[in-house]
Design a protein around this ligand. Structure first.
Ligand code: PEP
Length: 252
């Protein structure tokens, strides 16, 4: 039985004080809600405070990005070992904003995935098509290519046993337009079936999250779909109340 994960991607938002308030608000409200795996992804400069405030709680944390290199002269980058020092359990790799705004291609995303996986972090592999690609009827081609970049790695499918996939149609991120539950379900099912060709058991146990304008009002219908195991939440993760409401939709 797969557990739901509700993960909040804060992106480049917040202040030191605001981050503290949000972390405490989430921690406090999530305490009794133990049937969901909670995770937050604050900007990396707030990870020290995150570790301080969330240690011992049922809310895990991670970073929004990581370097594909272990150490050295890579100005502005943060390594997996640094993230581990701050208690990170997860890291996002291949978020569409990284792919589209910072030109991260499948090769870089796969290299980051390996770095994280080798270090014992749980990579959340983000995949998803642009509006143009959907309109060209290329959704499955694009998403399966992004997943294949990881499956092709040495021990690729085994690595997915300790990873999460997030399907985030780019046209739904931050736009207020959500994929219908059926649109999301058919892509989630296709991802699971692609992985199943390599290892049915790993595919069956893999948590696949949906992301793209999930709000308290639409979460329940999305999370009711059989291959959707929770959400990667952007805008609505910036309000503790909304974030927690979204998580509650998984369990009731
Ligand atoms: C995201 O950035 O991963 C995301 C899903 O954002 P939003 O919920 O704001 O669409």
């Amino acid at each position: 039985m797969r557990r739901y994960i509700v993960a909040g991607n804060w992106k480049m938002n917040g202040t030191r004080e605001g981050a503290k308030e949000l972390l405490l608000g989430i921690q406090d409200r999530a305490e009794e809600l133990t049937d969901v795996d909670w995770a937050v992804f604050p900007p990396s400069v707030f990870l020290e405070e995150t570790e301080r405030l969330l240690t011992g709680s049922n809310v895990a944390w991670g970073a929004q990005n990581v370097s594909d290199k272990p150490v050295g002269a890579f100005t502005g980058e943060i390594s997996v070992s640094m993230l581990k020092e701050f208690g990170c359990e997860y890291v996002l790799v291949g978020h569409s904003e990284r792919r589209n705004l910072y030109s991260e291609d499948d090769v870089i995303v796969a290299a980051k995935f390996v770095e994280a996986s080798d270090a014992g972090l749980i990579p959340i592999l983000c995949v998803g098509e642009t509006l143009r690609e959907r309109e060209q009827d290329r959704t499955f081609e694009v998403v399966s290519r992004q997943v294949a970049a990881v499956l092709r790695l040495d021990n690729g499918v085994e690595r997915l046993a300790n990873a999460v996939v997030a399907y985030e149609p780019v046209w739904a991120i931050g736009t207020g337009i959500t994929a219908t539950p059926e649109q999301a379900q058919e892509v989630h099912q296709a991802i699971r079936s692609q992985i199943s060709n390599y290892d049915a058991n790993i595919a069956q146990n893999l948590q696949i999250l949906y992301g793209g304008s999930v709000k308290p009002g639409n979460a329940r219908a999305i999370f009711a779909m059989p291959d959707i195991d929770g959400g990667l939440i952007g805008g609505a993760a910036l309000k503790a109340g909304d974030f927690i409401e979204i998580g509650k939709s998984c369990i009731s």
